[in-house]
Write a new protein. Structure first.
Length: 433
């Protein structure tokens, strides 16, 4: 189908499907949070008060599920975005406010940290319903002066830590519970990444709207994509709905296109001097506007992706030094623009290397000791850091020494950094029985 407005064309490109599959895999894989974040730390609560804590956490979990559905319906917002579009949900007599992820060629996609803040805001707003303790035979008071909700969005979960104080009066003492932890399974992050990928691809293509190929790619990974088109005098809006028959998540967002003549002018964003480091992967996306763009380069270092404008390669020692790069962007009419920039490839010596860690085993209450072995071919001093909440690796020796306090499976990454800033990362898995 083709829009009456000449500036907005709908086309089918078979080749873009391969690109989108690759790009989508990159988006979702990059969004994988370390599973250590998925571990809910359980505060020690006296056994007689555990039912109270369980009640609150189950209530928060139920409210969190409701908040997730609302946030998905409104494109990542529990409240109203800066670019709202009032939208009546089909089949329901209710209006919601959708965010524009593209607004007259400005990319306004909500970022992950803001999405987590919206989830926290929604959970905090619904907590009052979780503070009725009339069914318990205790004198319970609630102190919300220090109320705080910290939410993390991972590949398969929403993890919420809720802080407020319950004071429970027993016969001879006042007992306090001040932290409640919940984890709700959801594919919200994956759906968000699909929406972000669609937006990034549309940003590259300008006013060209590949409705068929976008539907095909989203369907191929197990989601459904529906689109509603709205045309105004000087703008054109597409409302996207991503859904999954196996989930109650329905994710909505919109793109708005300005139909003014100058909107699709061919242009390439200027590039400052770029820096790369030997043996480290270099990534950079050339940003350009226009219709059906093709990217090319004159470099022997890499081959730019002709459709996305992505430069990706790992420099070697032989590549060190300054390189003058010319990028050419051509639209479907044969118009061309070029951008020349300097790429400096620096040598900071060889990277350190950490030996394979693999799967480790420990026991609750027993000392766990493991020595992370790393070496520097340049014989430089190494510093060790970790990303674990379970233990702290010794900065100087790389030794992990602690006593596990809970059963579980915990993943972690160890990073060894030399004096030049070179580093290596090695992951491991600790099974605590």
């Amino acid at each position: 189908m083709r829009n009456k407005k000449s500036q907005v064309t709908v086309f089918i490109i078979v080749g873009i499907i391969v690109l989108l599959i690759f790009a989508l895999a990159m988006y979702i894989s990059k969004s994988n949070d370390k599973s250590v974040d998925n571990e809910i730390q359980t505060m020690k609560t006296p056994l007689e008060f555990q039912p109270i804590k369980n009640y609150v956490e189950q209530c928060i979990e139920s409210r969190t599920q409701d908040v997730i559905r609302v946030v998905a319906l409104q494109g990542g917002y529990y409240g109203i975005s800066n670019y709202p579009l009032e939208y009546v949900v089909p089949g329901l007599d209710v209006s919601i406010y959708l965010p524009y992820y593209l607004y007259d060629f400005e990319n306004t996609v909500i970022d992950k940290s803001r999405l987590e803040q919206e989830l926290s805001y929604g959970i905090e707003s619904s907590l009052e319903s979780c503070m009725n303790f009339s069914m318990f035979h205790y004198d319970i008071s609630v102190d919300t002066k220090a109320l705080d909700v910290q939410t993390s969005l991972t590949t398969n979960n929403v993890i919420a830590k809720v802080f407020f104080t319950l004071n429970i009066q027993s016969e001879d003492a006042i007992n306090t519970i001040d932290q409640f932890d919940v984890q709700v399974q959801t594919d919200l992050l994956n759906v968000y990444n699909v929406a972000k990928l669609i937006t990034d691809e549309q940003y590259i293509n300008g006013n060209e709207i590949c409705i068929t190929c976008l539907s095909d790619i989203v369907n191929s990974i197990g989601y459904n994509l529906d689109m509603v088109e709205v045309e105004g005098d000087s703008y054109y809006v597409i409302i996207y709905t991503i859904s999954d028959s196996n989930s109650d998540i329905v994710y909505n967002f919109a793109h708005r296109f300005n139909l003014d003549d100058g909107y699709n002018a061919l242009n390439i964003e200027s590039i400052d001097t770029l820096n790369a480091v030997i043996d480290y992967k270099f990534n950079y996306i050339i940003l350009a506007t226009g219709n059906n763009l093709t990217f090319s380069d004159d470099s022997d270092l890499f081959n730019i992706d002709s459709k996305s404008g992505l430069i990706e390669f790992t420099p070697k020692y032989i590549n060190s030094g300054e390189h003058i790069i010319t990028i050419t962007v051509e639209d479907f009419n044969g118009n061309k623009v070029t951008e020349i920039f300097t790429l400096i490839i620096e040598d900071f010596g060889s990277k350190p290397v950490i030996d394979y860690i693999g799967n480790l085993e420990g026991r609750v209450g027993e000392s766990f000791l493991y020595d992370v072995n790393a070496s520097s071919t340049d014989d430089l001093y190494l510093t060790y850091v970790d990303d674990s909440d379970l233990f702290d690796v010794n900065l100087k020796t790389g030794i992990i020494d602690f006593i596990p306090s809970e059963v579980g499976v915990f993943s972690f990454d160890i990073t060894a950094i030399d004096q030049n800033g070179n580093y290596d990362v090695e992951g491991g898995l600790l099974v605590v029985n």
